[in-house]
Design a protein around this ligand. Structure first.
Ligand code: APR
Length: 312
């Protein structure tokens, strides 16, 4: 039986655990946090919901990384969320220290795990987790594309009135200012989005998608989004556990695809037992390709900044 650990029992981590527990895929899920009592209390509460929700997975809340040892999949959510008006990049230094520490602990106890990073700024924290763990790059990936795509789909469905389940969309690039929503790959009821909405209307949705996280942070006043994010992360965990090879946008290490290499960036990929098993090269328009190239450069620049920080 596979073992899942979620590091960080805050909003994102605990909701991810809840989704995975309710899916009843494994016997046990370990949830850990630096705050004493928090993961234990949440685990007890969740476990008491099992007879009502009809599932058997038990959640183990702990502050001890020993309980996470031997995990097959680890989701790293530890870190601060942003405040209204703040960009994800404003979290670079504070979250880098946390992700470095957490990754070191996890890599020592679970040397064969697939790591899924969700802490922001996402592309940079995924890079850091790969570097600190020393794991093969394919076994470390970040969650952003499933979330950004889900937001894009929601906005398209609202705008067109189409059933949410009849909309297909895709976003690539970074989880931030250089996010690349990809209208050429979007369909509404099987029809290309570009035939359903005009250029300005699409641009409006693209821009709202890029600001999707900030819009929610602004409304909440404290904390950031976690319902759609946890759904997006749980989807990746399931693909790994079930070795499904499902294709999804993932923050993955690039090796020349789309003319981009040596950077973690949102690209379409197949996800299975080993993490990212293949990056898929789709037919993108010249504009979309150029935007992806710009996103790669922007991430590389900030990774250089990350490398210049003293993380202790
Ligand atoms: N080790 C373990 N847990 C830690 C550590 C650490 N070193 N540092 C902080 N944490 C925990 C906090 O105690 C808190 O419970 O991480 C949790 C973060 O939870 P929230 O503040 O609720 O934040 P959340 O909404 O879950 O977001 C987590 O995901 O989307 C991103 O930008 C977001 O970086 C943020 C992360």
């Amino acid at each position: 039986m596979s073992k899942i650990t979620v590091v960080g029992a805050g909003k994102y981590g605990s909701t991810t655990v809840q989704r995975l527990a309710e899916a009843d895929l494994v016997d046990e899920i370990v949830m850990t946090d630096i705050v004493e009592g928090l993961p234990q209390g949440l685990a007890l509460d969740m476990n008491q919901s099992r007879s009502v929700e009809r599932y058997r997975t038990k959640v183990v809340g702990t502050n001890d990384y020993g309980d996470a040892a031997g995990s097959d999949v680890v989701v790293i959510t530890a870190g601060l969320p942003r405040k209204p008006g703040m960009s994800r990049m404003g979290l670079l230094e504070v979250n880098a220290k946390i992700v470095k520490q957490v990754t070191g602990e996890i890599a020592a106890g679970s040397p064969d795990a697939v790591l899924i990073v969700v802490t922001n700024p996402l592309d940079h924290m995924t890079t850091l987790a790969a570097e600190v763990s020393g794991f093969p790059k394919g076994r470390v990936m970040g969650q952003a594309g499933n979330l950004d795509t889900a937001r894009f789909i929601h906005f398209i469905s609202e705008k067109t009135g189409a059933d949410i389940l009849d909309v297909e969309a895709l976003t690539l690039g970074s989880h931030g200012a250089t996010m690349v929503p990809v209208p050429s790959q979007c369909r509404v009821g099987g029809r290309p989005l570009t035939e359903v909405l005009d250029g300005n209307e699409i641009e409006e949705l693209v821009s709202r998608t890029r600001q999707g996280g900030a819009e929610i942070v602004g409304l909440l006043k404290t904390g950031s989004a976690y319902y759609a994010p946890s759904a997006a992360a749980a989807k990746m965990v399931r693909a790994v556990l079930e070795d499904s090879g499902e294709q999804m946008p993932v923050c993955a290490w690039t090796g020349g695809e789309y003319g981009i290499s040596d950077v973690y960036l949102g690209v379409p990929a197949k996800v299975g037992a080993g993490g990212v098993t293949e990056i898929i090269e789709m037919d993108l328009t010249d504009d979309e390709l150029a935007a992806l190239g710009e996103a790669a450069s922007a991430v590389k620049e900030k990774v250089d900044e990350l490398h210049s920080l003293d993380l202790g």
